[in-house]
Design a protein. Structure first.
Length: 276
């Protein structure tokens, strides 16, 4: 269909020389893609993987610096991802789609690292990211001019920047509660479970803070829970100790067995990523 339109329009007097050059360029791209999709060619997964590699190399070579050097940047350099320097560099990328792709890739990385401490909040941020990605992927359904699509991509990139800022604020929120960053993860999960089962107002906020500190102290005991990953009896002892601690302090105020499931996920997540 595109080839037929090209053949019909290419000789029209209103088409400028510059536009002709652009048309020839895109028709060459079309021809290459068409040839790639005939015969014994790689499947879609392999092609997407190769394209992703090429995009990463292009970004790294065009915008030098560790912020876009995906291969060399340390896996745990989360503080840099949340820095003002990072966002300033992102905003200077002139191409909407490139800026969007860079934001998505690095935000995924930041959420993954965030989840090593706070699995609950990481899940919340992942859902927000997925919502933006879904809307980006549906942009092809918009039958408007390219400028409109670029505006949409710019807006989605701004949403991604807001998610980064929310994560940055979340990282610092523990300070106002007088607890540590790790303790805040247990505090969040205690509140989330209490909200889910409708007993949050049954306990004072100070009780949630106290429990968060005590759980963190308990699960950080390396000598008592040595080799917990390889021994089920040690893992069972850890879970039992956490359950006893919660029950002793009136959490939950009534018997709700399911309340421990999400809390234990955070306990295991913490032990896996922070204690070993």
């Amino acid at each position: 269909m595109q080839k037929k339109a090209f053949d019909v329009c290419i000789g029209h007097d209103e088409i400028t020389e510059s536009e002709v050059e652009h048309l020839h360029y895109f028709m060459c791209v079309r021809s290459i893609i068409f040839k790639m999709t005939l015969g014994d060619t790689p499947d879609t997964t392999l092609m997407n993987k190769k394209v992703s590699e090429l995009v990463n190399k292009a970004i790294s070579s065009t915008y030098s610096g560790k912020v876009f050097n995906f291969e060399e940047q340390p896996a745990d350099d989360v503080q840099f991802l949340f820095s003002d320097e990072f966002l300033d560099k992102l905003k200077k990328i002139p191409y909407p789609h490139t800026r969007y792709q860079a934001l998505v890739k690095l935000l995924k990385k930041a959420i993954k690292e965030f989840g090593k401490t706070n699995i609950l909040k990481a899940s919340d941020f992942s859902k927000k990211l997925k919502n933006v990605i879904d809307r980006y992927n549906s942009r092809n359904e918009i039958s408007e001019v390219e400028e409109i699509i670029e505006d949409l991509v710019d807006n989605l990139s701004e949403e991604l920047e807001r998610i980064f800022n929310e994560m940055k604020e979340e990282q610092q929120s523990f300070e106002t509660l007088g607890i540590s960053y790790d303790e805040k993860a247990f505090y969040d999960i205690l509140l989330a479970v209490a909200d889910k089962y409708g007993f949050r107002d049954k306990l004072e906020d100070e009780k949630y803070i106290f429990l968060a500190k005590e759980i963190k102290k308990l699960v950080s005991n390396k000598s008592k829970y040595t080799d917990w990953t390889n021994r089920q009896d040690v893992k069972d002892e850890l879970y039992t100790d956490v359950a006893v601690l919660l029950k002793k302090n009136g959490y939950p105020p009534t018997t709700i067995d399911d309340t421990y499931e999400e809390i234990m996920k955070q306990v295991e997540n913490y032990k896996h990523n922070n204690v070993g």
